[in-house]
Design a protein around this ligand. Structure first.
Ligand code: C2E
Ligand code: MG
Ligand code: MG
Length: 742
């Protein structure tokens, strides 16, 4: 082992040779060497060499290793005066085995220059860490020296090491603090590289072992991005933080797993310079939920346990404030069940309630914990989605639709329930809670008008701003004015014999063109009228009009069955049969030319009562049909017991014909059922020749739909009749697919 290759490390006293031992080993100075004080001429001559140095230095005689001279700094460093030093030798001052080996090697002349961090033995056995350089000075440079000398220069590493130790101590204290804090800490440099994070950070973000081992910054960042609920907003925020290193603040992060983190971000500064960024993450899921969920029970909807209407304002205020402060998007989903009213009417309120409870459960199951599902009343729900942009809101709406898809079993009856969902987004669709609620409500009404079972974004609605006015109250008001002002019209859609192509009947469909609101689809205003009860008045008007028109056609010698739609509420009026009888009598129409279309749901409720009413109507001699057959729940029992003469197969099953195998199956089944019960059948919404042929083959008897004609005003209908079965050409341009019914 040569001295040059010896790796010198600072040694503790334990393994080292103590200075005391070495000093005794050095024994007495060699007789031919004078101590520095009475020193040789050489040492005297060499003193100036080291006196001028700032560092501690001494000179060593290569053969004897005796200290020839030492400067004052050396005496201070070792705590040994210069004379004593000059009576000593290098071996006596060595405190480590490595140093002893080094000086042994030096004695045999194997050394030139050596730099090392080592330890010297000072006074009282004190160990002094030094940075030492040993240089061999040639004899020539020294004049009379035979062997030259070793110049040993040392710098005290004590202060440096003490500072380092202090720093380490502080760091370990800091680390202990960080490790014990409940916050996850992440430190980034200005370039976004990870400088450090604590175990809590790794735990909060559930960083996998592999990521921890690799410390791959990009992978950690990607992992975090994947876990946040709104990666777009999250990235934008990170971007703006990186653009403004001095920016500080806090925000709330929603994670996909439902956790909520509060994220505080501080600029990391050193001597006034921003050198990085510290993120502190705190899990606030519990308090967030408490704040948003654990509400006094009075504020919960008694039926579903969901937060009720009164709380919507609070929640919205909170979401809005958060959104405005942090620039975070959120969404409001207004959900209304399609055809809940008839179901409720049919099954009775208790069963209706059970259905609502089930619906509430399914809705809640689609949302994250941080989101809010409220019940606004009846069959209306509101969902508040935090940190949701358009894409997220649409995704949520789709999940709701999917969740509602499996049939609900209520009191042993299997029900299919769909919903119309309107979506309002912040920012974009309003800047106050009221505006946003109204926007979501209007979008929902729009969806309903388009046939329900889907969602609509407020801003995608045609003429969104105009239609916003069309809130329900407004509609209800305008409807009442429309009836009084005679603005409603009836149009008639031909019902055609599938075999002969002859028009055998007409369905009366109400139309409303409002000077302010424009055309309003019956699906939109009828549901509002059903809620407000105004449907009874409207239904009465329709009955009068349709019966009069039918009487007119009869008077012209035409053989046409007039079908009118009857709402549940109308059907339930105690005097409904009487008013039908009266209308027939006033118009002078024979009852067999009038048909009442009822939906399945009307008939299931209080079957006994329904049977009585149906029988009373049947006794009058009017015909009865089931409308939209297949969309409600089907009980063979009532089909058999009730005096029904026609089934109208819902348009939704006809649409996919003849390709859609499921529709083919359903339609075949309905037609077979109808045949078995000796019922006539009408296929609704036949638009193509292929659909017509398919229905003809099944044995269905009639159809209505665009293939023949849309609902037409009476004059156009007459013109069509006069043209005979070849009706497809030159239809007057008065047909009216109300927007949304297609
Ligand atoms: P509904 O009784 O099932 O009427 C059939 C609906 O399908 C009508 O929509 C009709 O215009 C539409 N339709 C018929 N054939 C086709 C087709 O080939 N393609 C397309 N795309 N649509 C077709 P409308 O007139 O919008 O009425 C919608 C619903 O509003 C009616 O469904 C009915 O439930 C209700 N309604 C309409 N008028 C009255 C009424 O006077 N009283 C009551 N209580 N309800 C009414
Ligand atoms: Mg109908
Ligand atoms: Mg129908």
């Amino acid at each position: 082992m040569t001295a040059k290759r010896t790796p010198y490390a600072i040694q503790g006293g334990a393994g080292g040779t103590t200075p005391a031992k070495r000093r005794s080993a050095a024994a007495a100075p060699a007789p031919d060497v004078a101590a520095g004080e009475g020193g040789s001429a050489a040492s005297m001559a060499m003193s100036p060499l080291i006196d001028g140095l700032l560092d501690a230095a001494w000179l060593v005689e290569p053969q004897s290793l005796r200290v020839l001279a030492a400067n004052a700094q050396a005496a201070t460093l070792l705590g040994i005066d210069v004379q004593s030093l000059c009576r000593s030798d290098a071996l006596a001052l060595a405190a480590t085995p490595q140093d002893v080996a080094f000086w042994e090697a030096a004695r045999s002349g194997v050394m030139d220059t050596n730099d090392a961090q080592t330890v010297l033995g000072g006074a009282d056995g004190k160990l002094i860490p030094v940075l030492r350089r040993v240089t061999r000075i040639d004899p020539g440079a020294l004049g009379d020296s035979r062997h030259g000398v070793y110049l040993v220069v040392m710098r005290d590493r004590g202060p440096e090491l003490r500072a380092q130790a202090e720093l380490e101590e502080r760091l370990s204290e800091l680390r202990a603090t960080l490790d014990s804090t409940t916050d996850g800490i992440l430190v980034l440099d200005l370039g976004g590289r990870i400088v450090n994070f604590n175990p809590r950070f790794a735990a909060l973000w559930e960083l996998p072992e592999a990521l921890l081992a690799d410390r791959d910054d990009a992978a950690v960042a990607a992992w975090m991005l994947r876990r946040v609920a709104d990666p777009v907003t999250y990235s934008k925020r990170l971007q703006s933080l990186s653009e403004s290193p001095a920016l500080e603040g806090s925000d709330v992060l929603m994670l996909r797993n439902g956790k909520v983190f509060e994220r505080r971000t501080l600029a990391q500064r050193n001597r006034g310079q921003t050198i990085g960024r510290v993120f502190a993450f705190r899990d606030v899921t519990e308090s967030h939920l408490e704040q948003h969920r654990a509400l006094p029970s009075s504020s919960n909807d008694a039926l579903t346990g969901l937060p009720s209407r009164q709380l919507v304002a609070d929640r919205l205020d909170y979401a809005l404030a958060l959104a405005q402060r942090e620039g975070i998007a959120f969404a409001l989903l207004h959900l209304n069940l399609d055809r809940f009213k008839p179901i409720n009417d049919a099954l009775g309120p208790a069963a209706g309630d059970r259905l609502l409870v089930e619906v509430a459960k399914r809705l809640t199951s689609t949302t994250r914990q941080v989101d809010t599902v409220c019940r606004l009343g009846d069959d209306e729900f509101l969902m508040l989605l935090h940190q949701a942009d358009m894409q997220r809101a649409e995704g949520a709406a789709r999940r709701v639709i999917e969740a509602l898809q499996p049939p609900f079993i209520v009191d042993g009856v299997s029900l299919t329930v769909t919903a119309s969902i309107g979506i309002a987004l912040y920012p974009g669709d309003g800047s106050t809670p009221e505006e946003l609620l109204q926007a979501a409500d209007a979008a929902m009404a729009d969806m309903k008008a388009a046939g329900g079972a889907g969602f609509r974004l407020h801003h995608q609605r045609a003429g969104a701003t105009v239609v916003t006015l069309r809130t329900r109250t407004k509609l209800d008001q305008s409807m009442r004015q429309a009836l009084a002002a005679g603005r409603f019209r009836l149009h008639y859609q031909p019902q055609v014999d599938l075999k002969s192509g002859e028009i055998v009947g007409a369905e009366a469909l109400i139309r409303w063109r409002d000077p302010e609101l424009g055309d309003v689809s019956p699906t939109e205003f009828i549901s509002v009228a059903e809620r407000s009860g105004f449907i009874v008045a409207i239904g009465d008007w329709v009955l009068q009009q349709a019966v009069q028109q039918a009487a007119l056609w009869r008077a012209q010698g035409r053989q046409l069955l007039m079908s009118i739609n009857v709402s549940a509420l109308q059907f339930q009026q105690a005097d409904f049969a009487d008013s039908v009888a009266r209308a027939l009598a006033e118009a002078g129409l024979e009852p067999q030319w009038l048909e009442l279309e009822l939906t399945e749901s009307i008939l299931v409720q209080d079957a006994q009562e329904a049977l009585h009413r149906l029988q009373a109507l049947a006794e009058l001699g009017v015909k009865l049909a089931i409308d939209d057959f297949g969309t409600g729940y089907s009980s063979l029992a009532y089909l058999k017991r009730f005096p029904i003469s026609r089934l109208k197969i819902d348009r939704s099953f006809i649409q996919g014909l003849p390709e859609d195998e499921v529709d083919v199956g359903i339609v075949n089944a309905i037609v077979n059922l109808g045949k078995a019960l000796h019922l006539e059948m009408v296929a609704e919404g036949v638009e193509t020749e292929a659909q017509r042929l398919f229905m003809l083959k099944t044995g269905c008897t009639q159809y209505q739909g665009g293939l023949c004609a849309p609902a037409l005003d009476a004059l156009s209908f007459d013109a069509l009749l006069d043209r005979g079965p070849d009706f497809e050409q030159d239809l007057p341009d008065t047909g009216d697919w109300i927007e949304g019914s297609s």
